[in-house]
Write a protein that binds this ligand. Structure first.
Ligand SMILES: [Zn+2]
Length: 146
């Protein structure tokens, strides 16, 4: 974990309630460790606070910070879930990541359409109903209200 991430996680607010907080569809950029080609991510993050909440802009920044550099999408997904659970001391966390890997796109025939989808859950999100609510909220197509 780098100093920028520690600093970002250090600024929290007292939680007033224990409801699901979701930051949906954050765009972030990374590099695949095998081919060193760019990966464009859309990352949705959720957690249920116990005592501490992060500002919403911090969730986007956390996603962007952790995505940059050569990291496997699977590892990124798990590390984000871990940070939102452990460092925020939350009841649980969930992360859903779609990655457009230029190394896949470059290999042709239809692969440019393919997205790698990964998810990870911790704590109360291990319960099926909570996990399903999260997946539904981040994948339904009523995407934009603006
Ligand atoms: Zn690759």
């Amino acid at each position: 974990m780098n100093a920028e991430i520690d600093e970002l996680l250090a600024k929290t607010f007292p939680a007033k309630y224990g409801e699901m907080v979701i930051s949906r569809g954050n765009t972030a950029f990374g590099v695949c460790p095998h081919h060193l080609l760019p990966v464009i991510y859309r990352i949705s993050l959720a957690y249920i606070p116990t005592r501490k909440v992060l500002g919403l802009s911090k969730l986007s920044r956390l996603a962007r910070l952790m995505a940059r550099g050569p990291t496997l999408q699977e590892d990124l997904t798990h590390e984000l879930a871990q940070v939102l659970h452990e460092n925020l001391d939350s009841q649980g966390s969930a992360v859903f990541v779609e990655g457009l890997h230029l190394c896949m796109a470059a290999r042709g025939v239809g692969a440019h359409e393919a997205r790698l989808v990964t998810s990870a859950v911790r704590g109360v999100f291990l319960e099926l109903a909570t996990r399903e609510e999260f997946i539904k909220l981040v994948t339904t197509s009523a995407q934009s209200i603006l």
